[in-house]
Design a protein around this ligand. Structure first.
Ligand code: AHR
Length: 322
C-alpha cells in the first residue's frame, strides 16, 4: 500500500487543518491537486467520463490537472511522470491496457504520491502500487451479456454463430467482457464464436471490422457481441449497408448503455445493452479528498449497474444521463 501518511500528504493535511480553522472546510478542500491521465476520446462513454471528472473537480474544490493520452500507454506514462515532477497530491488514471505499469507506479510510490485507478484495472501482483480502483466489474458485465444469450436461445438447438467486436487489445474491459461471455457459454456447444477482432472501442473500428465479417460470414451470423455501443453502432451501419437487419435477423448485444445505444434499442437495432457507467467524477474527487485526509479506502469502489432490454428502452431513455 502506498504510504498515504507520507511527508507530502502530512504537510498537506496540516495546512488544510490550519486553513480550515481560519476559513472553514471549503477553503481547506481547495488545496488538493489531482493529476488525471485519461485514456483518450475514443467513445461516447469516454466523453461522458471526461465531462464527469472535469465537472466534479471544481464542485469538490479539487485543483484538476488533466491530460488526454490519445489511447497510447506511453502518453499516460509521460503524464504520470510529469504529475510526479509537479508533486501533485494524488494521481489518478484510467489505464489504456492492463500490463506494463509497475515501473512508473514504483516512481509514484517512491515520491509518496498515492495513485487511484479509475474505470480500468491493471495487471499487477504488487497491491501497494495503487490505493483503490473506482469502476465497473467488467467480468460480470460479460457474464450478463452471455446470460442474455443463454436465455434468449434456450429453446433453440443452434448453432448460434457469434461474431465478437472486441475493445482495445489488452484493455481490462476487452479482456473481461470476452472472458465473462466465455464463462457462460463454454459448456453449451451450440454457441460458437466464429470470429473475433478488435475495433478499438470506436465507431469507425466497429464498422470496418463488421464490414469484413459480413463479407466473410454473411448470413451465417446470428449474433454480434460488441464490447461497446460505439462499435455496435458502427456494426449496425455496416450490416445495413450489406442488406442485413440488425436487431432482427442478427441479434446485437452491446455494452455501456449510452444515449446512442438506447436510441438503437428504441429503433429495434440493439437487443440488449449491459450498463457501464462513466459517471465516476464525484467518487474520484471524494476518494482524493479522503486520501488527503488520511482515510483508508476500500480496494475496489465498485459501480452499481444493470442490464437494459430493448422492450424497456423507450420508457427509460429520457432518464439516461450520458
Ligand atoms: O473502460 C470503459 C470502456 O472504454 C467503455 O465500455 C468504452 O466505451 C470505453 O471506450
Amino acid at each position: 500500500m502506498v504510504d498515504v501518511k507520507g511527508r507530502g500528504l502530512r504537510a498537506l493535511v496540516a495546512a488544510a487543518l490550519m486553513v480550515s480553522a481560519s476559513f472553514g472546510a471549503h477553503a481547506a478542500d481547495k488545496l488538493i491537486t489531482l493529476g488525471f491521465s485519461q485514456v483518450g476520446a475514443e467513445s461516447a462513454w469516454r466523453t461522458a467520463n471526461t465531462e464527469s471528472v472535469k465537472s466534479a473537480a471544481p464542485a469538490a474544490g479539487v485543483n484538476l490537472k488533466f491530460a488526454d493520452a490519445q489511447q497510447k500507454q506511453e502518453n499516460q506514462i509521460k503524464a504520470i511522470r510529469s504529475y510526479i515532477a509537479q508533486k501533485v497530491d494524488v494521481i489518478a488514471f484510467s489505464p489504456v491496457v492492463e500490463s506494463g505499469w509497475e515501473p512508473i507506479l514504483q516512481e509514484a510510490k517512491a515520491a509518496k504520491i498515492p495513485v487511484i485507478l479509475t474505470d480500468r484495472n491493471i495487471d499487477t501482483k504488487d497491491t501497494s502500487l495503487y490505493v483503490t480502483m473506482i469502476g465497473s466489474d467488467f467480468l460480470e458485465e460479460g457474464r450478463r451479456g452471455g446470460k442474455w444469450l443463454e436465455e434468449t436461445y434456450k429453446d433453440d438447438k443452434g448453432p448460434i454463430n457469434i461474431v465478437e467486436l472486441q475493445g482495445t487489445v489488452g484493455s481490462a474491459p476487452a479482456n473481461d467482457r470476452h472472458a465473462g461471455l466465455i464463462e457462460v457459454i463454454k459448456n453449451d456447444p451450440k454457441f460458437k464464436i466464429i470470429a473475433s477482432q478488435s475495433g478499438d472501442f470506436t465507431l469507425a473500428g466497429g464498422k470496418q471490422v463488421m464490414e469484413a465479417f459480413a463479407k466473410t460470414y454473411g448470413n451465417k451470423i446470428n449474433v454480434v457481441y460488441a464490447h461497446n455501443d460505439d462499435m455496435a453502432l458502427g456494426a449496425i451501419q455496416a450490416m445495413e449497408e450489406a442488406g442485413m437487419h440488425p436487431g432482427k435477423d442478427i441479434k446485437v448485444v452491446s455494452f455501456d448503455a449510452t444515449k446512442g445505444g438506447f436510441q438503437a434499442m428504441v429503433d429495434g437495432k440493439i437487443n440488449v445493452d449491459v450498463e457501464c457507467s462513466p459517471l465516476l467524477g464525484p467518487q474520484l474527487m471524494q476518494a482524493s479528498k479522503d486520501l488527503a485526509a488520511g482515510k483508508t479506502l476500500p480496494r475496489w469502489i465498485k459501480t452499481d449497474e444493470t442490464v437494459f432490454l430493448q422492450a424497456d428502452a423507450a420508457k427509460i431513455m429520457p432518464t439516461r444521463k450520458y
